[in-house]
Design a protein around this ligand. Structure first.
Ligand code: NAD
Length: 477
C-alpha cells in the first residue's frame, strides 16, 4: 500500500481509508493509495506554509534552480522504473510512457535553468524617484491534475511553481497517483526540502474539493474537465485566489486541397490516436476542403485502419482507456453515431491477447459527420475521429471556430498566405502549421481560449502565472 507525502512524512489517511489502484489493461486492482480528505489537505497546506518560512524561502533563485535540475537528472536516471509505473497505472504503451518520463525530466530541466533568469524591471517615474518591479512567489500553490498524462502533468504544473519559489500541494487523479508519489520520493532524495512538495491522494470530491476551497492557498492550477473546472473556479473565487484552468478541447485539423499528404496523414492519425485519444489537444475534428475530401479522407482511412490497440508491453499505437466510466462514455459516442447512421470510414483493431477484462475501445473514424452532431461539437476523450467537408477559407474558419472550445488547431496547406490568414483567424491557444504538437513542447506557452480555460502553462509565460509583481517606489530626492 502506498502512502502520501505531507511535510516530509509518508502517511496513510488519518482514518485509514484507501482507494484501490486498478490496471486499465486488465481491470485488476494491484495496489492501494490513501483516501485523503479535508484533514490531510489542511496538514499539507500548513506544511507548505511552514516550508516557505524555512530554508526554502531563503534559497537564492540559482540554488532553487540547481535543485530542480538535479530532480530532472534523477528522474532520467529512474526513467525505466518510472515508465513501468506509469504504463501499469495508465495502460499506455511502454514507448509512450518512456517518452512521458523524458518530458517530465525536461520540465524540471527547463524551469530549473530558468529560475535565475527571471529579472525585474525599472520604471521611469517622477524626478527624484527610483521605481523597481520585483517578481515574487505567490506562496502556497495548489495543483489538481487529471489521469491522462500523470507524470507530464506533474512536471508541467509543479516545476514552474517551484522555480519561482512557491511551496506546493499536489492532488493527483485518484486513478493515477503512483508516478507522482515516486517522483516526490526521488525529488526529496535529490535535495528538495521537506514541505515544499506535498502530495495528498484521494477522491476529487473530497481531497480535490477541500484543496480548491482551502483558505490557506494563494493560487490554484487545475487541469481536467470543464464541469470540475467550474467548481474549482467558484471555490477559488470565494477566497479571491487566482486560478489557471486547463480544460477540454475539440481541436480541428484544417486540411486544404494542396496539402502535402505524405507528411500530413500519419500526423493526423497520430494526433487522435495517441494516448487512446485521451489528450486534451487530440486532433478530433478533421476538416477537409470539399474538392479534396474523398482523396484526403481515403488516405487517412487507410492509415487509420492500421492502428492497433494493446497492453503496455505490446507497445502498439495506443492502450486501453482509463477506467470503466470512460470506456462507457467513449463507447456510447461510437454506438450513438453508428445508430444515427453516420458512416464509419475505418476502424483500428484490438490486438489478440489484450485481456478481455481491460478497458479497450476500437479506434473509429466517422465521416461525413453532420456539423450539429455530438461528434462534431463534444469532447469524446477517446480514439474517435470526425471528418467534415468545408467549401472555402471562410467556411473553414467558421467551422473550426464553431465549437465551445479553443485549445489547439492545425492548418495544412502549401499556400503560405492562406496558412497565415487561417492560423490568425482560428481561436486557439496554439496553432500548428503543417505540423501538430499534441502533448509536446515544454518551451511553448500553452492554454485555452473560450471554454478550454484560461491562463498559460509551459514556456516562460508559466513563470508569470505562478508569481506576482511588487512595485517599489523610492524617493531619494
Ligand atoms: P476531472 O475533471 O474529472 O478530474 C481532474 C482532477 O480533478 C482529478 O484529480 C480529480 O480527482 C479532480 N476533481 C474531481 N472532482 C473534483 C472536485 N469537485 N473538486 C476538485 N477537484 C476535483 O477530469 P478527468 O476526467 O480526470 O480528465 C479529463 C478531462 O481533462 C478532459 O476534459 C480533458 O480535456 C481535460 N484535460 C485538459 C488538459 C489541458 O491541458 N487543457 C490536459 C489534460 C486533460
Amino acid at each position: 500500500m502506498k502512502q502520501m507525502l505531507i511535510g516530509g512524512r509518508w502517511l496513510a489517511a488519518r482514518d485509514g481509508r484507501t482507494l484501490p489502484v486498478v490496471s486499465p489493461s486488465d481491470g485488476e486492482a494491484f495496489d492501494e493509495i490513501p483516501r485523503g480528505g479535508a484533514h490531510e489537505v489542511g496538514e499539507a497546506v500548513a506544511a507548505a506554509r511552514a516550508a516557505l518560512a524555512g530554508p526554502w524561502g531563503r534559497l537564492s533563485a540559482t540554488e532553487r534552480g540547481r535543485i530542480l535540475v538535479k530532480i530532472g537528472e534523477a528522474v532520467l536516471a529512474h526513467e525505466e522504473e518510472l515508465a513501468q509505473i506509469e504504463a501499469r497505472d495508465t495502460g499506455k504503451p511502454m514507448g509512450t510512457a518512456r517518452n512521458d518520463i523524458k518530458v517530465l525530466a525536461r520540465y524540471f530541466e527547463f524551469y530549473g535553468t530558468a529560475a535565475d533568469k527571471v529579472h525585474g524591471e525599472t520604471i521611469p517615474f517622477l524626478a527624484g524617484h527610483q521605481v523597481s518591479l520585483l517578481r515574487e512567489p505567490l506562496g502556497v500553490t495548489a495543483h489538481i491534475i487529471p489521469w491522462n498524462y500523470p507524470a507530464q502533468m506533474m512536471g508541467r504544473t509543479i516545476a514552474p511553481a517551484l522555480a519561482m519559489g512557491n511551496a506546493t500541494v499536489l492532488k493527483p487523479a485518484e486513478d493515477t497517483s503512483l508516478s507522482a508519489l515516486r517522483v516526490a520520493e526521488i525529488a526529496t532524495a535529490a535535495g528538495l526540502p521537506d514541505g515544499v512538495l506535498n502530495i495528498v491522494t484521494g477522491l476529487g470530491e473530497e481531497a480535490g474539493a477541500a484543496l480548491a476551497a482551502h483558505p490557506g492557498i494563494d493560487f490554484i492550477s487545475f487541469t481536467g474537465s470543464n464541469e470540475v473546472g467550474t467548481l474549482v473556479q467558484q471555490a477559488a473565487a470565494k477566497n479571491a485566489v487566482k486560478c489557471v484552468l486547463e480544460l477540454g478541447g475539440k481541436s480541428p485539423q484544417i486540411v486544404f486541397d494542396d496539402v502535402d499528404m505524405a507528411r500530413a496523414v500519419p500526423i493526423i492519425v497520430r494526433a487522435i490516436v495517441q494516448n487512446a485519444g485521451q489528450t486534451c489537444t487530440a486532433g478530433s475534428r478533421l476538416l477537409v476542403q470539399r474538392s479534396a475530401y474523398d482523396r484526403v479522407v481515403g488516405r487517412v482511412a487507410e492509415a487509420f485502419a492500421q492502428v492497433r490497440v494493446g497492453t503496455p508491453a505490446m507497445d502498439l499505437d495506443c492502450g486501453p482507456v482509463m477506467n470503466p466510466a470512460q470506456h462507457r462514455r467513449v463507447q456510447r459516442y461510437i454506438d450513438e453515431a453508428r445508430a444515427a447512421g453516420i458512416p464509419v470510414l475505418a476502424e483500428g483493431s484490438i490486438a489478440a491477447g489484450a485481456p478481455p477484462t481491460g478497458f479497450y475501445v476500437k479506434p473509429t473514424f466517422f465521416g461525413p459527420v453532420p456539423r450539429s452532431a455530438a461528434l462534431a461539437c463534444e469532447e469524446v476523450f477517446g480514439p474517435v475521429l470526425a471528418a467534415m467537408p468545408f467549401e472555402d477559407e471562410a467556411d473553414a474558419i467558421a467551422l473550426a471556430n464553431g465549437t465551445d472550445y479553443g485549445l489547439l488547431a492545425a492548418v495544412w496547406t502549401e499556400n503560405a498566405g492562406r496558412l497565415q490568414r487561417v492560423a490568425k483567424a482560428v481561436k486557439a491557444g496554439q496553432v500548428f502549421m503543417n505540423c501538430y504538437g499534441a502533448g509536446g513542447g515544454v518551451e511553448l506557452p500553452f492554454g485555452g481560449t473560450k471554454r478550454s480555460g484560461h491562463g498559460r502553462e509551459k514556456g516562460l509565460l508559466a513563470l508569470e502565472e505562478v508569481s506576482s509583481t511588487k512595485t517599489l517606489v523610492h524617493f531619494h530626492g
